[in-house]
Design a protein around this ligand. Structure first.
Ligand code: GUN
Length: 291
């Protein structure tokens, strides 16, 4: 068993990005600038947003963070997006999800200029991904692809089972793994909450991507020997022994599954670390397109 270490792979990406930004600055080219909007004060969203802003700064990117109250009218959020769409300096726009119930996520995502859609959630970005066209790939599946590439994990001809069909992870992941790409070319099965006898699919999988958000769902008897297991889960589970009062749990029962695998991602320290690097890659791409 080998660990797909997010610390190692994300450090390599960040180092590469840092050098590219330094070179751009030396050549008087534009510095990539990410704008992030957070609505309300959900604890997990706060953590993600602050690490996105912190990483932007570490890499020499510009960053703007706008906080809005949980009860703001949707129209005000749409106005803020329009301001960022119209700003020459802002290259990428990210509205942290989930949003409060009274705001339509679909309308908000569609309001973002597809040229600045560094989350890759806009229907234009999703449609381009399906058609194999140049686009912004959502950060989590993109980060997983970068991780497979970093560690040289063979994917061509393998059977990948993706558990979860969200627009953020499962659906784009299934498209990437099946696409014509050196780390794609898989035969992909998508499983979800209505799948009958899900374990009968995961047991056939050479690669399992668990993205359903149920702590320690994937057990050893659901995985075949030598499989590659990618854990996308990051659920906060109450834990009085931790300083913060919670522990982060993945969707994979790591202790029992790991010995059966060829490669496995830990939680924390796996996929989560890759997503920010992938977001920064997208922000750089948005900026480079303007050159
Ligand atoms: N919430 C959880 N993951 C994401 C993400 O990748 N982007 C945004 N905008 N919100 C999220």
């Amino acid at each position: 068993m080998q660990i797909l270490d997010g610390k190692i792979a994300s450090a390599a990406i960040k180092e590469k990005l840092k050098l590219i930004v330094e070179k751009r600055k030396a050549e008087n080219k534009k510095t990539p600038h990410l704008a992030v909007i957070i609505v309300g004060n959900d604890g997990a969203s706060e953590t993600y947003v602050s690490s996105k802003v912190k990483t932007s700064e570490e890499l020499g990117f510009g960053s703007t963070l706008v906080r809005m109250d949980a009860d703001i009218p949707e129209a005000l959020l749409l106005d803020q997006i329009k301001t960022f769409n119209d700003s020459i300096d802002i290259d990428g726009i990210l509205v942290q999800l989930p949003l409060p119930k009274h705001i339509s996520e679909a309308r908000v995502i569609e309001a973002i200029d597809p040229a600045k859609d560094v989350d890759g959630f806009h229907p234009v970005s999703a449609g381009r991904l399906v058609q194999g066209l140049e686009t912004f790939v959502p950060a989590t599946p993109y980060g997983i692809m970068l991780m497979l590439e970093h560690f040289g994990v063979e994917t061509t001809g393998k059977h990948a089972v993706v558990i979860g069909r969200s627009n953020i992870v499962g659906r784009p992941m299934s498209i990437l793994l099946s696409s014509q790409h050196p780390f794609g070319n898989c035969t992909v099965t998508v499983c979800h909450s209505k799948t009958k006898d899900l374990a009968s699919f995961t047991r056939q999988a050479d690669i399992v991507v668990a993205a359903l958000g149920k702590p320690e769902f994937l057990k050893a008897d659901m995985v075949k020997d030598g499989a590659v297991v990618i854990d996308v889960g990051i659920t906060r589970v109450p834990d009085a022994t931790k300083k913060k009062g919670f522990a982060i749990k993945g969707d994979v029962a790591f202790e029992e599954v790991a010995p059966k695998t060829s490669w496995i991602t830990p939680v924390p320290g796996g996929v989560g670390l890759m997503t920010i690097g992938a977001l920064m890659m997208n922000t750089l791409k948005a900026c480079e397109r303007k050159d």
